[in-house]
Design a protein around this ligand. Structure first.
Ligand code: COA
Length: 479
């Protein structure tokens, strides 16, 4: 053993040395490039300002936000948190349909809207009005990215084809969410659960005996919005080199499939035999041709399951996710009071345990039912055993550590008052998240027309009179 270790050491050393040499080379390359920067060759010199005081990551990026409902707004809200100036274009008088959906406070924008449109500015423009199109043209010239998630063809019907936008502003990135990519369903409208079903998540979620199940996490909408944000930031980065914009497309089906990739992995593994880590294997139930629903089985190589904790009879969330991670198997046996399982050939190895997972989790559950999920969490983690309490949304909303990190933020709204929103889940050490309340419908219309687009007060009055930025009813009354 000792010789083996020595051998490994001597093998590792030269490799380390080699990579160390690489590091030296890289850092001297960086030094050289920062010298270049100092000489005015493009790259910025390292800021000497304290971290968090050198501006936000996307400062200077202006987004023409044509998004609505959830997928697109998730994307642009994240970009706004990162410092982009997001100008949300909404239909006069109506706005994003979610302003009025699932309302909890009469006459106030719903939480559906407010939690997806924070840190943005709102301008109302009727894109089908000639004056409205004139304003949009000016916005296109001044913005870096146009983001939209209309039904297929809607943007083109407005006249804002890629060719048109690109001609007006060759640097403009046009980013879209659609339900499906090119193919048989490309013209279809799509909502969250349709994407979950078409992306392979629903057929692999739920219990084997039951129907397909959708998950509460909005992997179709918010998940695709996140994908789109990455596409936009990448396109902005490429534009530094090429000087030109490009189209970015994220299909919700593709986004869901990307998140469900482990199931496509399992589909291919099926050709080579049963999926032994699925509890159905241990139960002796044969596999069919497609990946089955796996209940609460872990999606990875370490078997896991949800077990009851004290109070489960009355508390629907008194449960714990428990993972029988192989490296801590002996600790698990000791803690749950089954020390003989450490050496018993039926339990001692991961392979031997696979057909007995049901029995193992039943024993673990017997143990966890004697304590609360939080007590279980504390106890198992002392032994480095991975597990997690099933947290209710109430518990999450009240969790102070999530407030402290800015993952949950309380903001104040002029009509609805204080509400909780999800802050930036991505933490940048030099770019604190800019999390502010959502705008009222058209709150920034005048400000954007005058300060961003340079219209004079007289022109603003003309635009208002034209009906391009006000609701038809109001225009009629005014006339
Ligand atoms: N001024 C004038 N008209 C406007 C406008 C404005 N400021 N903003 C939008 N509109 C019009 C559009 O021009 C379009 O009209 P048209 O159909 O006559 O061309 C219409 O409003 C928008 O329509 P659409 O996107 O079809 O809305 P919808 O409510 O019928 O469908 C979705 C909603 C979400 C199903 C659909 O937009 C969609 O499939 N989007 C892509 C996938 C997606 O993002 N889904 C998830 C949403 S969370």
């Amino acid at each position: 053993m000792a010789t083996q270790k020595k051998r490994n050491k001597s093998k590792v050393r030269p490799a380390l040395k080699k990579s160390a040499r690489k590091v030296v080379k890289l850092s001297s390359a960086r030094k050289a490039s920062s010298k270049k920067a100092a000489n005015g060759h493009g790259l910025a010199k390292a800021s000497t300002k304290p971290y968090g005081k050198a501006g936000l990551a996307l400062q200077g990026v202006r987004i023409l936000d044509f998004t609505h409902v959830q997928s697109g707004p998730t994307c642009t809200q994240l970009l706004a948190y990162m410092g982009a100036d997001v100008i949300k274009v909404e239909r006069p008088g109506a706005g994003d349909i979610t302003r009025g959906q699932l309302r909890d406070v009469p006459n106030a924008d719903s939480l559906y809207f407010t939690m997806l449109n924070g840190s943005k500015r709102s301008i109302t423009i009727d894109s089908k009005h000639p004056k409205g199109m004139e304003i949009l043209n000016r916005l296109i010239k001044t913005c870096d990215v146009l983001v939209e998630n209309f039904a297929p063809g809607a943007l083109d019907r407005m006249g804002l084809t890629w060719e048109y936008v690109h001609k007006l502003n060759p640097r403009m990135i046009v980013a879209s969410v659609k339900g499906f990519g090119p193919g048989p369903y490309e013209d279809c409208k799509v909502y969250e659960n349709v994407a979950q079903c078409a992306g392979g998540a629903a057929s692999t979620t739920g219990f084997r005996e039951g129907p397909p199940l959708v998950t509460g996490a909005q992997i179709g909408d918010s998940g695709t919005g996140l994908h789109l944000a990455l596409g936009i930031v990448s396109a902005l980065y490429q534009r530094i080199r090429t000087g030109r914009g490009q189209r970015v497309l994220c299909a919700m089906q593709d986004g869901v499939l990307n998140l469900a990739r482990v199931k496509l992995r399992d589909q291919q593994r099926l050709a080579h035999g049963p999926l032994t880590e699925y509890s159905q294997y241990g139960e002796g139930v044969p596999f069919g041709k497609a990946v089955p629903r796996a209940g609460n089985d872990s999606g990875g190589g370490q078997p896991g399951w949800i077990v009851k904790c004290k109070g489960w009879e009355s508390d629907p969330d008194a449960y714990l996710y428990f993972i029988t991670q192989a490296p801590v198997w002996e600790a698990i046996c000791d803690v749950i009071g089954e020390p003989t399982w450490k050496t018993d050939p039926h339990f001692a190895t991961p392979k031997a345990r696979l057909p007995r997972l049901k029995q193992i989790f039943a024993r673990i559950e017997q143990f966890t039912m004697t304590m609360t999920k939080f007590e279980a969490m504390d106890l198992f983690n002392k032994h480095d055993i991975p597990c997690g309490p099933i947290l209710s949304m109430k518990e999450i909303a009240e969790e102070q550590s999530l407030r402290a990190t800015g993952t949950i933020v309380e903001v104040d709204h002029p009509i609805r008052g204080k509400y909780l929103t999800v802050g930036n889940p991505i933490k940048l050490s030099d770019s604190p998240a800019d999390v502010r309340r959502s705008p009222l419908l058209g709150e920034h219309t005048d400000e954007i027309l005058i300060k961003v687009l340079g219209y004079s007060p007289k022109q603003l009055a003309e635009i208002k009179a034209s009906g391009a930025i006000t609701a038809p009813e109001k225009t009629e009354k005014a006339a």
